[in-house]
Design a protein around this ligand. Sequence first.
Ligand code: GLN
Length: 541
Amino acid sequence: MAKYIFVCGGVMSSVGKGVATASIGKILQTRGYSVSLVKCDMYVNIDAGTIRPTEHGEVFVGEDGIEAVQDLGTYERFTGQVSTAAHYITTGQVYAEVIRRERNLEYDGEDVEVVPDIPNEIIRRIENVAKKDKSDFVVVEIGGTAGEYQNVLFLEAARMMKLRHKSDVLFVLVSYLPVPGKVGEMKTKPTQYASRTLNSIGIQADFILCRSEQPIDDKRRKKLALFCNIEPEDAISAPDVDSIYDVPVNFAKDELDIKILKKFSLKPKKNALGEWIDFAARVKKLDRPVKIGIVGKYFNTGEFTLADSYISVIESIRHASWNLGLNPKISWLNAEEYEKNPRILAELKKYDGIIVPGGFGARGVEGKIKAIEFCRKRNIPFFGLCYGLQLAVVEFARNACGLKKAHTTEVDSGTPYPVIDIMPEQSVNIKKKRMGASMRLGAYLCELREGTISARAYGVKEISERHRHRYEVSNEYIELLIKNGLTVGGVNPQRNLVEIMELKKHPFFLGTQFHPEFKSRPLSPHPLFRAFIRAAGRNRR
Ligand code: GLN
């Protein structure tokens, strides 16, 4: 039977539970065990596809098209797990299934109760992951913080699992230990309360990951041991780090992997964290900067949210830059500013490369188009992701093909030149208000055209990448675009949809209909990001 590790939060949110979960997965994996990582999200949303990025960060798309929260991206980048719907459980999914079953008379006339029927459905889903993935360990991150009302049924499910399989379940509390400025010492009391809150739910933490500005000392380990009912060595130090990729290294230093295995009476089969340790150390030494600007619009809730909205893009830039021996410096450029004051566009010259990432709707679109025009005409390496590709096609149609009023029908449904147009099945979805999980989602094939930048970057003829869109490049304009200098880099063979467009006479000008950022890994950067960063590196100012 698989072993289950539940990761719960204490004291407050945003202390890095996702990274902690991914890192636990990573260190167990390097000890020779297979792992699956699951996120339990307390939202009533069926998936994250209907949540604005400024609320909850990027929508991460899995291989089968699941629209999940960004944690699944972190899991993938750390462990290589290929995310699917099974790895993402929300309150909405659980209730929808229980209610469906009730309507179907599947409870045999019994009354259907919040407890145990809701936790039972959660347990069924978690156990299903172990069965499907055939993994030795399932590490389950429970969203939210102990003591709040919203995640209680997930914690109840975890408690029930422990009751049923005593020796196969353990709990990790990721807590925060503040170091108040005036006091100057680390305080354990909030964590003591968090641990008691878990106790009151019927859960005893086996490990406490002590998130703090500083490493935890022996005195406080002993205090936590006494008040939270754990062994002193099971209080694991988790100080702030420069790079999230240091976290598995730090956990391994504290022998968290060995300690977890021991509690399950298992032995390490190997130790292969070496490559990761080298990588984490190497990236810190890189000093040759490469300056990348991201032209976006999800700016209204401050710096923190901003990075979260584009997290996979940022990580992909990092992976590729590190691979090429460069130290990426990423800046946020607000597309709306270019609309208000086009003179600001000149700032783009300061960057070695510009990315226009995915997006939706009209806000900021004209600014993005102006930025793309500037990059095209001034030979600044440009990489467009999804909306970024579509707007590059609009720009090219307007300014290089003479179709002045060309647009995407997403913004201007009456444009005389709909170079980007809605996919036929998508207009039905929109008309019928079928908006959830209805885009063209997940992995589709793309055949690369010979002699293109894309074919050279990937080094293969056919690729598969993940998608999330309703609009596409209209094939009616392809001939004209090609005549004026654009090249089709790749198409989806089943539907003849344009997947990549590129410009030959340019240091790097390429856009993808898919989202390459979902498949970049720290030790194997995405080929197109690598090609883009290489061009940006050559363009260093
Ligand atoms: N809004 C565009 C579409 O739906 C692009 C989507 C995206 O960038 N993910 O086609």
